[in-house]
Design a protein around this ligand. Structure first.
Ligand code: AP5
Ligand code: MG
Length: 214
């Protein structure tokens, strides 16, 4: 099962992708998480990516396309995967299709998690991410058992650098301009599925399971 998660920043792509990966036992591939791990480890890719991410801009296509094309060729991806945050532009989607075609396969589902802009800023300012395992929480909607500490691994939680309100507004503009056109792209490919992302996290997941099958 090869799945793409679509949706605005903060729509809940990462939250749902983790749940899908757990239930269906497939890898969760988040380009944002890959970049953040590179930033943390001080790699050259991380340094390049950070300059764009901090401004709320997309990292150039050439820095992300080969990375994902190589990742989906790895052995753990044979039974499928859930891509979170990729593709984000039409050229990225075309490059992915081409890479998959070369492997004799294709995307099965593009799940669009719909959340209006008004809800997004509120969600982002309350988001906390674990520095250790990358788990995400929300101070109001999805709190941890102990404040500031990850339920999964016990590391401390932080507010992401790009979750400041000014940067979130920029990310939303970039989303509407460069990523939203992918909804039409995958509709034309007859793999688009829409879910209402304003519902409670578990209800969003139920809708996704209805689409993917139990
Ligand atoms: P990335 O990390 O992908 O960020 P994003 O798309 O902006 O999305 P987010 O991770 O912010 O949101 P999400 O949809 O995963 O929501 P979450 O589940 O956390 O990318 C970061 C940056 O990297 C980009 O800006 C870009 O610069 C670069 N980049 C990455 N990929 C790239 C690519 N392919 N090309 C170019 N550049 C790229 O949920 C948000 C919050 O809401 C959380 O607090 C969560 O707990 C809460 N929440 C979730 N679901 C619910 C619910 N149902 N009800 C209430 N609260 C909820
Ligand atoms: Mg995410």
């Amino acid at each position: 099962m090869k799945i793409i998660m679509l949706g605005a920043p903060g729509a809940g792509k990462g939250t749902q992708a983790k749940k899908i990966a757990d239930k269906y036992q497939i890898p969760h591939i988040s380009t944002g998480d890959i970049f953040r791990a590179n930033i943390k480890n001080g790699t050259e890719l991380g340094t390049k990516a950070k300059s764009y991410m901090d401004q709320g801009l997309l990292v150039p296509d050439e820095l992300v396309v080969d990375l994902v094309a190589d990742r989906v060729k790895q052995d753990d991806c044979t039974n499928g995967y859930v891509l979170d945050g990729f593709p984000r532009t039409i050229p990225q989607a075309e490059a992915l299709d081409k890479a998959l075609e070369g492997m004799g396969t294709k995307i099965d589902y593009a799940i669009n998690v719909e959340v209006p802009d008004e809800n997004i800023i509120n969600r982002m300012s309350g988001r906390r991410a674990c520095v250790g395992c990358g788990a995400t929480y929300h101070i109001k909607y999805i709190p941890t058992k102990v404040e500031g500490i990850c339920d999964v691994c016990g590391e401390k939680l932080i507010l992401r650098d790009d979750d400041k309100p000014e940067t979130v507004k920029k990310r939303l503009d970039v989303y509407h301009e460069q990523t939203q056109p992918l909804i039409d792209y995958y509709e034309k490919a007859a793999v688009l599925k829409e879910v209402d992302g304003t519902q409670d996290m578990e209800d969003v997941f139920k809708d996704i399971v209805n689409i993917l099958g139990a």
